[in-house]
Design a protein around this ligand. Structure first.
Ligand SMILES: *Cc1c(COP(=O)(O)O)cnc(C)c1O
Length: 363
């Protein structure tokens, strides 16, 4: 009683010893621009529409939900377009769960998962959780990737799973479809394109879902957490060949998507025009952040997402702390000389930029 056991004393898996859990700080600051959420609340009329459907679903909540979440898969197929059908769609409690399903099916003990660093910090954690090893590739100085270099790295590493984040988190870097085609040709394993931020890309940008036909080892994941302002609902999805989707059925827990989640996600999707109306405004604030950072003497990187990674920071922890003390939470992603900030509402973005200007020096 009362004695606190340390992790070292427990018979933990050897391959998990020494790992650190995902830990973006969650602090109740007035301006939270640290985890790339959509800071605009769900519009009132959509919220009440969603609530009506949740209320209906609640009446049947004594029964297990549709294990195949068929209506929701049809909804995502229609949203993605390009002739996709429900048998090419899978969903989970956040795209992180979808990525976990993929790695449970295609990675696991003795296998490797490869990505071009710096990239999304959850890839190594999800890979290691399944017992696989993470192999980090590299990028050019501006974080871009050329088709030849990317293909050569994948051919040399010969991984079981390749994670390609497009646009890339935490750098915001766009990625051409030519790079994905080259990586797919060079890969023996499956290739996952994580399009978590696709809706924030220029309107003429083309999704990797257009490459799915004839590429059974390719999968494209999306999330409702960012553009749809639905992070708290936990809904992500993936499009791939029907056989690839069948592989995920082997590892998912039965009824993993609750009836309430399915109802909420379907209602949100039905309102996607309204839900996505704030995307243009967020993009405007993102570009305003980049322009102002540049004027202040920082070096923002090109971003096709809802956040900006900027260099020219002499002491990132000190600047992070100074902003924190002014009520603004951003993210130190561990890249030397850099910090990352999400685009907020116009008021939140102003609060960040004004706090930054008031700190003055780059420290
Ligand atoms: C935010 C993010 C996700 C989404 O995670 P969810 O589990 O859907 O909330 C996926 N990939 C990347 C690169 C992200 O930044």
């Amino acid at each position: 009683m009362g004695r606190v056991t340390s992790l070292d004393e427990l018979p933990l898996r050897d391959d998990l010893r020494g790992l650190t859990p995902y830990g973006a700080p969650q602090a109740p600051l007035p301006v939270a621009l640290n985890v790339n959420e959509n800071t605009h609340p769900v519009p009132d009329e959509v919220a009440s529409d969603i609530l009506d459907d949740i209320a209906l679903a609640l009446r049947d909540v004594n029964r297990y939900p549709d294990r195949e979440f068929t209506a929701l898969r049809e909804g995502f197929a229609e949203y993605l377009g390009h002739g996709l059908t429900a048998d090419q769609i899978w969903a989970g409690n956040g795209s992180n769960e979808v990525l976990q399903h993929i790695m449970q099916a295609f990675a696991g003990p003795g296998r490797t998962v490869f990505g071009f660093a710096p990239t999304y910090s959850m890839y190594p954690l999800i890979a290691q959780g399944t017992g696989a090893s993470w192999v980090a590739g590299t990028r050019d100085d501006d974080y871009s990737l050329s088709p030849d270099d990317a293909a050569a790295q994948v051919a040399a590493a010969d991984p079981d799973v390749v994670m390609v984040c497009a646009p890339n988190n935490p750098t915001g870097t766009p990625l051409g479809l030519d790079v994905i085609e080259a990586v797919y040709e060079a890969a023996r394993g499956v290739v996952i394109v994580d399009e978590a931020y696709f809706e924030f890309a220029p309107h003429e940008a083309v999704s990797a879902v257009t490459l799915l036909h004839g590429r059974p080892r390719l999968a494209v994941s999306r999330t409702m957490s960012k553009a749809f302002a639905f992070a708290g609902a936990r809904v992500g999805y993936v499009a791939a060949d029907p056989a690839f989707i069948d592989a995920l059925r082997l590892v998912r827990l039965p009824y993993h998507l609750s009836a309430l989640t399915q109802a909420a996600a379907l209602a949100a999707l039905r309102n996607s025009d309204t839900m996505l109306r704030m995307v243009d405004e967020i993009v405007e604030q993102r570009d305003r952040i980049s322009a102002t950072l540049e004027a202040l003497g920082f070096t923002p990187h090109e971003s096709w997402s809802n956040f900006v990674l900027f260099g020219g920071v002499d002491d990132p922890p000190a600047l992070w702390r100074a902003l924190y003390e002014r009520g603004v939470l951003i993210r130190d992603v561990g890249i030397p000389g850099h910090l990352r900030v999400s685009a907020g509402t116009e008021a939140e973005t102003s609060a960040f930029l004004e706090a930054l200007a008031s700190i003055g020096s780059h420290s």
